[in-house]
Design a protein around this ligand. Structure first.
Ligand code: ATP
Ligand code: MG
Length: 332
């Protein structure tokens, strides 16, 4: 399959110079066309920062301090998202890539009906479309996300959390983007609702053919719904593999710990032990592998040298990569 978005050596800092906090470090990740990629990691690992950096929505003092983000439109030439002008960027944001933010369901405007908000999104990008056509499109979008069309006349407070979340997804799909990024949209919802919404998004992906980057700390959801999973720790991706491989045979002790932090939705039960200790402080990162102070398998090189992310030398089979001294990687 062809790549849609290629993130290369991305670095994102908050602040400048000596005060800079390095929130995303040297991240490489490719999302292919039609693929659902899950991004997991504990709070503070840099997941949102990565999503904002890639879409150029970083709030100050966030800055992309290095790297490239190449977008391959289905038609036309590839371009670097980091070099787009403000006007090009506005277009890119809804029509090519749309993002549903963390807590998005609370970002609907409380004083406007659902219909107005959906139609406004459509209007902003298709100013020539008639009101009638926009209303039809709004109905279609609601139907797509499983909400009855009479809900168009509702105000956000008249909808459940799950419905508001679906309305946000409908808005994100309004311009038929090729990539939908969902940043932990489900934390405020109960587990049953989380599964329903992610399941529905995956189903829509099959029908409409977009790619999804789904960000959460609940790895069990990703195991069930995504094609590939990338796991972040302390601003770096520490493991990336097909979902089934992460589930069956996690290579990084951190991935293993995360898998033991959430009950599996299906398959064999694991003992839930979680990960002892807490995520690192970005202002005082441990030397070597950032995970070593919490790692039950640490050994000699771990506290002095940073492992690089790559295909383990002893690995055969579908592509996967890991950054851990237990699985040596040949550079280059
Ligand atoms: P969560 O699961 O809680 O959403 P996350 O993985 O999305 O976490 P980020 O929000 O990307 O993590 O934050 C990564 C790091 O960057 C954190 O250590 C955070 O403290 C830091 N950070 C985020 N925003 C800012 C900011 N505006 N200024 C300084 N540091 C920030
Ligand atoms: Mg976040």
């Amino acid at each position: 399959t062809r790549p849609l978005l290629e993130i290369r050596n991305l670095n994102v800092d908050y602040g400048l110079g000596d005060d800079a906090v390095h929130a995303v470090r040297d991240v490489n990740l490719t999302i292919h066309r039609g693929e659902v990629v899950g991004l997991a990691g504990e709070s503070g690992s840099g997941k949102s920062t990565l999503a904002y950096g890639v879409t150029r929505l970083l709030p100050p003092p966030g800055v992309v301090s290095g790297g490239a983000v190449t977008y391959h439109p289905p038609t036309g030439d590839p371009f670097d998202v980091l070099n787009l002008s403000p006007a090009e960027l506005r277009k890119f944001r809804w029509a090519e890539t749309s993002i549903v933010f963390q807590g998005a369901m609370n970002s609907l405007n409380p004083v406007h009906k659902v219909s107005t908000q959906l139609m406004d999104v459509i209007k902003a990008h298709e100013p020539g479309m008639s009101k009638r056509a926009r209303l039809d499109r709004a109905k279609e979008l609601l139907k797509l996300v499983g909400i009855a069309e009479d809900r168009l006349e509702s105000y956000p407070h008249q909808l459940s959390g799950g419905m508001r979340q679906r309305v946000m997804i409908g808005m994100a799909l309004a311009l038929e983007p090729h990539l939908v990024i969902m940043d932990e949209p489900t934390t405020a919802l109960d587990v049953v609702m989380q599964r329903q919404i992610l399941g529905q998004l995956v189903e829509l992906r099959e029908r409409l053919g977009f790619s999804v980057l789904f960000i959460t700390h609940d790895l069990s959801l990703l195991v069930e719904f995504s094609d590939r999973i990338a796991i972040m720790y302390g601003g770096r991706i520490v493991e990336e593999a097909p979902s089934a491989d992460i589930y069956r045979d996690p290579k990084h002790p951190y991935s293993e710990g995360l898998l033991r932090s959430f009950p599996a939705l299906r398959g064999a039960r694991r003992e839930l032990t979680g990960i002892p200790g807490s995520p690192p402080d970005l202002r005082g990162m441990p030397s070597g592998c950032a995970f070593h102070p919490r790692c039950p398998k640490r050994f000699e090189p771990c506290d002095t040298r940073i492992p690089i992310l790559g295909k383990p030398d002893d690995h055969v089979g579908p592509p996967r990569s890991v950054a851990c001294w237990l699985h040596p990687v040949t550079a280059g």
